[in-house]
Design a protein around this ligand. Sequence first.
Ligand code: GYE
Length: 324
Amino acid sequence: MFKRVSAAIAAGLLVAAGLAACGGDSGGGKDDGKITMGFAQVGAESGWRTANTKNIQESAKAAGIELKFSDAQGKQENQIKAIRSYIAQKVDVIAFSPKIESGWDQVLKEAKDAGIPVILTDRAVDSKDPSFYKTFLGSDFVLEGKKAGEWLVTDSKAAKGAVNVIQLEGTAGSAPANDRTSGFADAIKADPKIKIVASQDGDFSRAKGKEVMEALLKAHPEANVLFAQNDDMGLGAMEAIEAAGKKPGVDIKIVTIDAVKDGMTALANGQFNYIVECNPLLGPQLMDLAKQVVDGKSVPKRVLTKESAFDQTQAKAALPSRQY
Ligand code: GYE
């Protein structure tokens, strides 16, 4: 465990030594204690999440950070329990991907009172007190929803009839579901013939995506577009579309978010029509931020990840070198 006080003294000594005699021996004056990070993952609901978990574990190792990792299996109360146990274990820094936006103030206050810095990873919280966390590292979900909507607006230019969209939302109350819904709604306002005929929670999972799509297809035979807020729900829905005797990518156009390998394969095969990328490889940036925060350095309150988007031709080109 990294001792904050001795680290501060060591850092002071390092500065003093540096001033007295520039260029000491390698690593001289560095604290030799390890940084310990407690990470409370939300679950393993999607290909995105699996890639994210693996990347965080590998990046901690590469950065020489000792990682205590827990998987909350999709339950907020398990995440809160994990965070409390990290506080009790006096880790140096806590990072977590909050399942939903609300309900974190109490446990975040406990971490703050214990003097343990917190980094939000991937998803945001709705806390009014910004001192509860040092930074939020993750994607711009509103922009992702907007990109999906803008693609549909462009794609629908030639359409003669109504464009009837089924939307499969991510986990209710989560930052990506809230933000992608609003970004998409905003973008499709540009074309009045695009209408959302049904919008329902598919919990970011393949099984739920399939189940919900089966019901929605029956209720809305007029649907000709699916906006699934992640690849996994889109992949599940694809099975439901085929079972209903329709052709995914043709009878029902599919736009999703994430760009994990399975999604990209469906896109390259013509079953999906467009994917907006959401990068799960947050590990290296997270470890970097953790080191700075533990060192008492100030970091930007918001750190965005770089992302792009793919059509079918671009998916074919990108697939061979895709890491996740
Ligand atoms: O899009 C989805 C995952 O929070 C960005 O969560 C993440 C989302 C991602 O389950 O696949």
